[in-house]
Write a protein that binds this ligand. Structure first.
Ligand code: F6R
Length: 250
């Protein structure tokens, strides 16, 4: 495995390092197709990217963004939709052309049709150059939850109870958390030419250990990343606390 691991003292240094890696990608290839993630972990790094755009050091005019996932049933202006998250956290603050930003359409009721449309969007963009990933407490990536096999292409899923519990913090009531979502599959993610994983906090220390230092198994979806030739992990020392001493970090 060729995984490069950056260990940072805390969340804010993790965000800065990840923003540096994304900035390097944008500067070296201003026509990059970036796979985007939502959630708490990338918020800090998106803030840095927006600041760098404002400061004139980053230009997103040639960039395409393709998000990992979206809840089924939430309209794009719903504050908990991933469309809304991407606009408020990044896209409203930088100059990615609107027509080059893609998130699965949570309002498309024909699930098979939306999944094949989304795979076609990725293909038409020429594939993903750099895929940003957060990781769930159970090792999920996108909404690819632990299971008996690795789901390959973009598909629709029923969320597990653990993910509903983790995500309910963003909703008024647990009953408001959507039960289904669209997500890129493991195959979709593995086709990205490079992958940047960001992880923060003690709560994910075991997941980091299982995903990157345990067996490759669909029980820990992120473990498949061990088979990808170009993965960078940026994690704070709390998230790396269960692998202290057994890994080489920068
Ligand atoms: C988000 C996504 C999820 C999150 C994961 C971690 O688009 O696909 O897999 O990356 O649930 O979420 P946070 O960062 O909130 O801990």
């Amino acid at each position: 495995m060729e995984m490069l691991i950056y260990k940072t003292p805390d969340y804010s240094a993790m965000s800065l390092k990840a923003a540096d890696i994304l900035s390097a990608q944008i500067i070296l290839n201003p026509g990059s197709v970036l796979g985007m993630a939502t959630g708490s972990t990338p918020e800090g790094l998106y803030r840095h990217l927006a600041e760098r755009y404002r400061a004139g050091t980053l230009d997103f005019s040639g960039i395409t963004t393709i998000n990992l996932d979206e809840y089924i049933g939430l309209p794009p202006d719903h504050p908990q939709s991933y469309h809304y998250f991407m606009r408020t956290n990044l896209l409203d603050h930088v100059n990615v052309p609107a027509e080059n930003t893609h998130v699965p359409d949570g309002l498309e009721p024909d699930e098979a049709r939306e999944c094949s449309r989304y795979e076609a969007v990725i293909q038409a963009a020429g594939g993903v150059d750099l895929q940003l990933l957060g990781m769930g407490l159970n090792g999920h990536i996108g909404f690819n939850e632990p299971g008996d096999c690795f789901p390959l292409d973009t598909h629709s899923v029923t969320l597990t109870d653990s993910t509903i519990q983790a995500n309910k913090r963003f909703f008024e009531r647990e009953a408001d958390v959507p039960r289904r979502a669209y997500t890129m599959g493991i195959g979709t993610i593995m086709r990205a030419r490079s992958i940047l994983v960001v992880v923060s906090g003690e709560a994910k220390a075991q997941a980091v250990r299982d995903a990157f230092f345990g067996p490759v198994t669909p029980r820990v979806p992120a473990s498949i990343l061990q088979l990808h030739p170009n993965v960078t992990l940026v994690a704070d020392s709390a998230a790396l606390s269960a692998v202290d001493g057994i890994v080489h970090t920068f």
